[in-house]
Design a protein around this ligand. Structure first.
Ligand code: 6PG
Length: 246
């Protein structure tokens, strides 16, 4: 089964806090529904997931997760050093990963200290080692959960309009040099993101209205509109992002 955006599910929630709370439920469920299994999750970047990270770090919530079974990856990373406020791993570490007992060996930051293409190749090797194969197998998805954001230009992860990475059909990780956002970046490719049991988009704020509308239509002219999954796709949006009157 392959799900595309025309067959995605959508949930509208009152505000960003409600979106984060609902995503926390889905995050916990993705782990609890596969007891004893190693769970691979790709975190999204940018600002939207910050509320989610803070919720998951709360002791009364964190205790619901068997963190030793969780393996953390990233959907993309700005090619700036860890410690830079624009670095997604820095954000996730500060708000969540420094507060919960995921084994360090199971937290896979995208490398940002080398040449960007080599860093991308190195991340693919890290993913291959975790997966145990150099080829993604249909029916054995790499990710249990992929979190994605939506940019105001229709990008997701660092799959930006006009970038060569949009045509990548085999590599799992590649690079992007967007004209509409700062920094060179590493990003998961469409094939890597498709190797998933579940993809959840987090979309909040009225600045996302135009692109959320196009995403819901499955508009393949925007990068996010071309996302597919072996499993299911869910879009969590707050009312502001839908343009509906509150
Ligand atoms: C990144 C993200 C990117 C992000 C969108 C939305 O590293 O920039 O992965 O895809 O999810 O740009 O960003 P906001 O959540 O800040 O609106």
């Amino acid at each position: 089964m392959t799900t595309d955006m025309r067959h995605a599910q959508f949930e509208t929630l009152p505000d960003g806090d409600a979106v984060a709370a609902r995503m926390a439920e889905l995050f916990i469920d993705a782990i609890q529904k596969r007891p004893g299994e190693r769970i691979r999750i790709a975190l999204s970047g940018g600002s939207t997931p910050k509320k989610l990270f803070s919720i998951l770090a709360k002791p009364e919530i964190a205790k619901k997760v068997d963190w030793k079974r969780v393996e953390i990856f990233y959907g993309d990373e700005r090619h700036v050093p860890v410690g830079n406020a624009d670095n997604n791993h820095t954000t996730a570490t500060t708000l969540l990963l420094s507060k919960v007992p995921v084994p360090d060996s199971q937290i896979h930051a995208m490398p940002t200290s080398g040449e960007v293409q080599e860093d991308a190749a190195q991340y693919q090797r890290i993913m291959e080692a975790s997966y145990g194969n150099k080829t993604l197998e249909k029916g054995r998805p790499f990710f249990d959960l992929v979190m994605l954001g939506l940019g105001t230009d229709g990008h997701t992860a660092s799959l930006f309009p006009g970038e060569p990475v949009l045509d990548e059909k085999s590599a799992w990780v590649s690079v992007s040099s967007p004209k509409t956002a700062p920094h060179a970046r590493l990003t998961l490719t469409y094939p890597a993101i498709a190797s998933s049991r579940e993809i959840v988009f987090l979309v909040t704020g009225e600045n996302k209205v135009p692109m959320l509308r196009r995403l819901r239509e499955g508009d393949s002219s925007i990068p996010s509109g071309r996302i597919v999954s072996e499993g299911k796709i869910l879009v969590l949006a707050d009312r502001a992002a839908t343009g509906e009157p509150s």
